[in-house]
Design a protein around this ligand. Structure first.
Ligand code: ADP
Ligand code: ASP
Ligand code: MG
Length: 424
């Protein structure tokens, strides 16, 4: 008998009909002789709607209450899913993250899982039940408060539960047939990847490919757990996230995909004195506010001014906190102004093969140039090139790069299907 963990995302449980379909799929897995634990996200766009609602009350809601509100979304879907399974004659029990033993750090809105004590889940499964766990949420022992794991965090709940239960299989069910060479909502001829290595999936997820939450991939790699990404709307094969770059054969594609990200903003600190220690002051203060910085650009001062501008990108959700934090040290540093740009987009090309293939950057920048895209920031890793551009240019940029590297399928019948979701 195998222990299977399945995670169903928001579009897979968007309405009562979908919840019933998913319940049937779960029951089929149980009938096939497996033990089953399920992690479920909030229905459809519920989380976005709750965020909109809170922001109508106050522009920057207080973390504790915001998390209390958002975790309600998963509580609704877990109970409805358990009811749907029960009505099929199988026994299911639903658990909040806290009841399921998902223990996290105390920071609201982006807590990290530190431990999982899945005793209640194990007992429930041992009694023959299907255990349903609310994704995206946990409990901080330090503050005794409910926390959330960041947008898309149900994937990470699933991996953490699978690791804690020593599951044989961890399946991530979503609204497309797997991980593609680009977001199929932007690139209809994107190609499904049969397998993708952990390193590549980490870079894709870190670059905004929201098919998997970044920390779920980190967690799975640490625990040696393969992830099977597939659609809850079809029975197609999906994508296996497995193995490392060392295992790749020479025939492996040089590039695995293009990712894009619209969730970041750019902050520029204007007229920073060009002397040692200023960047340390800026980024230490942001780190103390628990803000993760993505790209950073700084030039040496020109024209003998002794001053320079420092620009960086960060999640939009941290934008206002970053501005407030920097304003507090404005007099210490002596910069003249802060600029805030929320119309940026980031595009990244990812592939294990680019380490050993010259010319990838040249082809990448030529593609963007031919498409008339102006780049504002550039950063690279061993297996990734990223650029920041105007958000209005982003879709064109993704398609131009995807075409230039011939990543798509040629037969339109092989194109990607987007079964559900609003892409919000
Ligand atoms: P879920 O609600 O199931 O967690 P998400 O909306 O979080 O689903 O993630 C699935 C979506 O990720 C897809 O509908 C697709 O638009 C988007 N996506 C972005 N990049 C990729 C990619 N490389 N491959 C597949 N889907 C991608
Ligand atoms: N419901 C949460 C979100 O929309 C978590 C998730 O779906 O993974 O971000
Ligand atoms: Mg998701």
């Amino acid at each position: 008998m195998s222990l299977v963990v399945q995670k169903y995302g928001g579009s897979s449980v968007a309405d009562a009909e979908r919840i019933k379909r998913v319940a049937e799929r779960i029951v089929d897995t149980k009938k096939a002789g497996n033990d089953v634990a399920v992690v479920v996200s909030a229905m459809g766009d519920t989380t976005d709607e709750l965020i909109d609602l809170a922001e109508q009350i106050v522009p920057v809601p207080e973390g504790r209450e915001f998390d209390m509100l958002l975790t309600a979304g998963e509580r609704i879907s877990m109970a409805l899913l358990a009811m749907a399974i029960n009505s099929l004659g199988f026994k299911a029990e639903s658990f909040t993250g806290s009841q399921a033993g998902v223990l996290t750090t105390s920071v609201h809105g982006k807590a990290r899982i530190v431990d999982v004590t899945p005793g209640r889940i194990e007992n429930s499964i041992a009694q023959g039940n299907i255990a349903i766990v609310a994704g995206f949420q946990g409990f901080s022992k330090e503050t005794m408060n409910i926390t959330t794991l960041g947008r898309g965090g149900s994937d990470t709940t699933a991996v953490a539960i699978a690791a804690a239960l020593k599951a044989d299989v961890c399946e991530i069910y979503t609204d497309v047939d797997g991980v593609y060479s680009a977001d199929p909502r932007i690139v209809p001829n994107a190609k499904r990847l049969d397998t993708v290595t952990f390193e590549e999936m980490l870079e894709l997820a870190a670059s905004g490919a929201k098919i998997l939450h970044l920390r779920s991939v980190e967690y799975a790699r640490r625990y040696g757990l393969n992830l099977h990404v597939r659609s809850s709307y079809s029975t197609k094969n999906g994508t296996l996230v497995t193995g490392s770059m060392e295992d790749l054969t020479v025939e492996q594609a040089i590039i695995s995909g293009v990712a894009h990200d619209r969730s970041e903003v750019k902050v520029t600190v204007v007229d920073v004195p060009d002397k040692p220690g200023q960047a340390a002051l800026i980024f230490q203060s942001l780190a103390d506010a628990e803000i993760n910085i993505d790209m950073i650009v700084q030039n040496v001062s020109t024209g003998g001014t002794g001053r320079t501008d420092v620009s960086f990108t960060l999640p939009a959700t941290d934008g206002q906190t970053a501005l407030a934090t920097l304003r507090r040290i404005q007099d210490v540093i002596g910069f003249s102004d802060l600029l805030y740009d929320d119309h940026v987009g980031k595009l990244s090309l990812v592939g294990a093969g680019m380490r050993s293939h010259p010319g990838v950057s040249a082809r990448f920048f030529t593609a963007l140039s031919n498409a008339g895209i102006n780049m504002e920031m550039i950063s690279t890793s061993e297996i990734r090139i990223s650029v920041v551009c105007r958000d209005t240019d982003l879709d064109d940029a993704v398609r131009a790069v995807h075409d230039a590297f011939e990543l798509g399928v040629t037969d339109p019948d092989d194109g990607a299907v987007v079964y559900g979701g609003t892409g919000r």
